[in-house]
Design a protein around this ligand. Structure first.
Ligand SMILES: [Ca+2]
Ligand SMILES: [Ca+2]
Ligand SMILES: [Ca+2]
Ligand SMILES: [Ca+2]
Length: 323
């Protein structure tokens, strides 16, 4: 009887040791898994479109460079997706499939990369000139981007596997205009973009997805109009403009009619880079609390502004580079 009790005790002791060992293993590996690039494969992370993508320099002491991050909509679980010593900017995810496209200078010049299911990013452009600002078509099969391979910047289109590159804006020979920052409409039929072809500051344009019918939405070359993003119903375009003196997030009808609305109306701060989410809310960047910018989210009417990042390093939804 005494021997059995001793056996029971040692079995119990062994079980507790096993539980303790599993706890230690979990405690050591969980941070690695959570910070690593295998979240999707381990099933711990929801689809990319459930969260937000942004650019950040957080957590870096040396070799400060830009990284593409992904986080939940409330800003929690900020994951470094790129982890390269190069500059990784302009993230765009596809709501169809599990893809993040971004621009990186890891090849010595800017190229467009596509990362599927957090695998190795694939260089889609492989062109010695600058390829920037990718935007997915709604079905995830194509990416519009800006490139200066023709001398001036043109909006190009490429298949998500890197085949079939084509110039959509096709400026007249010798043109020095810059056509950049493409954004697909949710039905895939149109692309909003930014061009300085009118002289002066960049303006908002819209065209059919095959490049036809390029139209200026609002001619006001004294002010900047850029960073377009379509609302989920395709009826409106959010954008950044300094028409009131400093940069704010504005929204206008996608056909250019009506009077635009200032959504942020925050004098003294630059409010830029709006990105409409599938749920109808808008992610944007602002330096209202941090000169190096933070990422915020708000409702499409400008209410409910919530700060998503909190650090003194750069944080922006896209990090559009100056012309
Ligand atoms: Ca990097
Ligand atoms: Ca390139
Ligand atoms: Ca402002
Ligand atoms: Ca910051």
């Amino acid at each position: 009887m005494k021997e059995k009790r001793q056996n029971d005790a040692s079995i119990l002791h062994g079980l507790w040791a096993l539980v303790f060992l599993l706890f230690i293993i979990a405690a050591v590996t969980a941070p690695l898994v959570l910070s690593g690039c295998s979240l999707q494969r381990t099933g711990l992370r929801p689809p990319l479109s459930e969260g937000i993508a942004f650019v950040s320099q957080q957590g870096q002491q040396d070799n400060i460079n830009n990284e593409v991050y992904w986080a939940f909509r409330d800003g929690s679980l900020q994951i470094n997706m790129t982890r390269s010593q190069a500059s990784d900017i302009n993230p765009a995810y596809s709501t169809h499939g599990n893809q993040i496209a971004f621009a990186s200078d890891r090849t010595g010049n800017w190229d467009i990369f596509n990362m599927m299911d957090e695998g190795t990013p694939m260089n889609l452009t492989n062109n010695p000139m600058d390829d920037l600002e990718p935007a997915f078509s709604p079905d995830g099969s194509q990416i519009a981007f800006a490139t200066n391979r023709d001398g001036n910047f043109e909006v190009y289109i490429i298949n998500a596997d890197g085949t079939g590159q084509a110039n959509l804006t096709v400026s007249p020979a010798g043109s020095m205009s810059n056509n950049r920052q493409p954004a697909f409409s949710p039905d895939g039929s149109r692309i909003a973009f930014v061009s300085d072809r009118d002289g002066g500051m960049p303006q908002l344009y819209i065209m059919n997805a095959n490049g036809s019918s390029q139209t200026n939405l609002r001619i006001d070359t004294a002010s900047f109009y850029g960073h377009p993003s379509f609302s989920p119903d395709g009826g409106r375009i959010a954008y950044a403009s300094n028409v009131t003196g400093d940069y704010d997030i504005w929204i206008m009808n996608a056909d250019g009619t009506g009077v635009p609305t200032n959504l942020t109306n925050y004098p003294g701060a630059s409010d830029i880079e709006p990105v409409f989410r599938p749920d109808g809310r808008i992610v944007f960047g602002s330096d209202r609390h941090d000169p190096n910018f933070e990422v915020y989210i708000m409702n499409a009417d400008g209410t409910g502004v919530t700060r998503l990042t909190t650090n003194t390093a750069l944080d922006l939804p896209r990090l559009y580079l100056p012309r």
